[in-house]
Design a protein around this ligand. Structure first.
Ligand code: HGY
Ligand code: MN
Ligand code: MN
Length: 407
């Protein structure tokens, strides 16, 4: 099992890795992500898994159970990354799923239920802006018409990107999920809860509601030298104040000493983006997350209000568009308790990171998540990490869970 896991990990390690940062660029339908997908197909073939792909670019390798009439058990994760992401976010769940199947076969387990390993498309929303795009389309949570209108940073439409990658787009609810009775996703922890508890593996209780909001600031382009300071309508100032306001408003949300809100401007575009010109447009994307749906709405409203007030002072304008908002997810408590009990009582912890498991849970598929300890808690960065011993423990826990669910 150790060899199998390490071989798979070593095969994926160079794919899409930046020589300068060591981080990963596996954007959907690009060459690195397609190489990961080809690797996924090879792994399915090596295990005799029956491969099915839907028109949303989600792929599942099925290990047929002895009773095809029973609801199926799905596991897996995603292979795409954020820009300059870590090695573990996504691939750990896919590699662990294959390793868990190998372990079950070594143990001569014959599942009654069919078990699938999924690779969901564009989980990070790094190219088409909407998080969990593939699973949302598959689950019927995202209107295909809306998805058809999405373009990447170069103006390429989603379906055209799929066609260019040799796929046949047919966006919408997926037959892959039709007979799925439960979904179990293993993921690197994106935090340090398990480090503090000194345990290698835990389960997820809930996902914070979170959203992405586009803030378009417009003003008046002008000469950086010839325009008096008092005569400017500079949207960069409005943006800068709004970014500070977002940080402050999120910090103000605390509950019993622990912070309960997050707000980040991690991406901006400036036009014309010239050193010697006052810009006429700044677009910033706010990623906001809170413990409750109501607090998330309040946080975003407070940031927008401060942005609008500053826009009035700057003589600029601000419009805010919600691009992708996911409500709070509470994972299936019965399923989670059953899996937590398998290990003699594993911790069950919330997360502020989004996952395909959250989308499937919201769509009514009983879902649960396993988290593998991350020593630094760092994620969405080349520094993301999990120790090999913890990864192998994760595989064993996943195998035990699949054996239980597929009985
Ligand atoms: O952005 C997120 O929460 C993620 O890791 N998909
Ligand atoms: Mn991620
Ligand atoms: Mn992920």
């Amino acid at each position: 099992m150790i060899d199998g896991f390490e071989q798979m990990w070593a095969a994926l390690a160079p794919v899409g890795r930046s020589a300068s940062s060591g981080g990963y660029f596996r954007q959907p339908f690009g060459s690195a992500e397609r190489e990961c997908h080809a690797w996924f197909l090879e792994q399915c073939a090596a295990r005799g898994l029956r491969v099915e792909q839907d028109g949303n670019a989600n792929t599942v390798g099925w290990w047929d159970g002895s009773d095809p009439s029973l609801p199926r058990v799905l596991t897996g994760s995603h292979l795409d990354s954020v820009l300059d992401g870590g090695a573990y976010d996504g691939p750990l769940g896919v590699v662990s799923a294959f390793a868990a199947i190998d372990l079950l076969r070594e143990r001569c387990v014959v599942p009654s239920r069919t078990v699938g390993v999924a690779a969901f498309a564009e989980e990070e929303g790094s190219r088409f802006s909407i998080a969990c795009l593939g699973s949302q389309l598959a689950a019927g949570a995202l209107d295909p018409e809306r998805a058809r209108a999405l373009t990447d940073r170069d103006g390429v439409r989603l379906e055209d990107a799929m066609l260019a990658a040799g796929l046949e787009p047919e966006l919408g609810p997926s037959p892959l999920l039709r007979d799925v009775g439960c979904y179990l996703e293993l993921h690197v922890e994106q935090g340090r809860d398990l480090v503090h508890r000194e345990v290698p593996v835990g389960l997820a209780s809930a996902i914070w509601p979170h959203g992405r909001y586009r803030f378009d600031f417009t003003g008046e382009a002008n000469h950086a030298g010839a325009t008096a300071m008092a005569d400017r309508h500079d949207p960069m100032l409005t943006y800068a104040m709004t970014a500070l306001a977002a940080n402050k408003q999120a910090r103000l949300l605390t509950d019993g000493g622990s912070d309960t809100g997050r707000a980040t401007f991690g991406r901006i575009e400036v036009s014309p983006n010239a050193t010697n010109a006052v810009p006429d447009r700044v677009t910033g994307w706010l990623d906001a997350r809170c413990e409750s749906d109501a607090t998330l709405a309040q946080l975003v409203a407070a940031v927008e209000k401060q942005g609008q007030e500053r826009a009035t002072r700057d003589g600029t304008a601000l419009t805010v568009t919600a691009e992708s908002v996911a409500p709070a997810v509470h994972f299936d408590a019965t399923l989670t308790a059953r899996l937590a009990a398998l290990g003699g009582g594993r911790p069950v912890i919330p997360t502020a990171a989004g996952h395909d498991a959250g989308v499937l849970a919201t769509a009514g598929i009983p879902s649960a998540m396993l988290f593998v300890r991350n020593p630094t808690g760092v994620s969405h960065s080349p520094a993301e990490h999990a120790g090999i011993d913890d990864c192998l423990t994760g595989v064993e826990v996943l195998a035990d869970a699949l054996a239980e669910l597929a009985r």
